[in-house]
Write a protein that binds this ligand. Structure first.
Ligand code: COA
Length: 161
């Protein structure tokens, strides 16, 4: 059976933490659809199209990855794509309650929708997209947190804002 999973998020922008989760998921499943959320309570710095393009560039070394944006409920998108599960990364302490809430909400909306939580590797415990944006906005070096492609796009974005 061809096992498809979704890896959903805002990805504003994609960080090395996200890339690590994508690479590990790609080894476990036949197909991973990186699912870029468009209807958010967050106000992203990058448009959905910009986020999709950035992710495509960052995962071009992997064969079984698709990148798509979605609106509406994640479980509806998962059903449409015939995904068997949702993958999320889990950083220590801070993420647990939120991820547990997200997973149980999705399960109550769709009882067979499982969530698989992959622990973040040690180097990425403190990375977040907000932190990356703050450092880049203030002219700091984000090389340890994002790919060279994203670093360049961030620098251009803050130059034109
Ligand atoms: N390593 C390092 N950092 C990580 C990480 C990892 N492995 N995984 C996540 N993060 C960070 C991100 O950088 C991000 O940081 P920020 O908050 O500073 O921006 C944060 O953790 C979480 O971002 P992200 O992984 O992009 O997910 P999200 O919480 O923004 O996404 C959705 C939430 C999109 C999955 C959720 O809102 C959703 O499903 N929406 C659709 C509507 C819906 O179905 N709602 C009902 C379910 S609640």
């Amino acid at each position: 059976m061809h096992k498809i999973v979704l890896y959903p998020g805002t990805f504003d922008p994609i960080t090395n933490g996200h890339i690590n989760v994508i690479e590990r998921s790609a080894k476990l499943f036949d197909e991973v659809i990186v699912s870029v959320a468009t209807n958010l309570s967050k106000t992203p710095l990058f448009s959905a199209e910009e986020r999709v393009e950035m992710i495509k560039k960052d995962v071009s070394h992997l064969k079984n990855i698709k990148v798509e944006s979605f609106g509406g409920l994640l479980v509806d998108f998962a059903k449409k794509k015939e995904a068997c599960a949702i993958v999320r990364g889990l950083r220590p302490i801070s993420d647990f309650e939120y991820e547990f809430q997200l997973a149980t909400t999705n399960m109550s909306l769709c009882s067979e929708m499982e969530t698989i939580l992959l622990p973040a590797v040690k180097d990425n415990h403190f990375i977040s997209s907000s932190m990356v944006k703050e450092v880049a906005r203030l002219g700091g070096d984000v090389s340890d947190f994002v790919s060279p492609v994203v670093k360049k796009i961030l620098a251009e974005k803050f130059r034109t804002l």
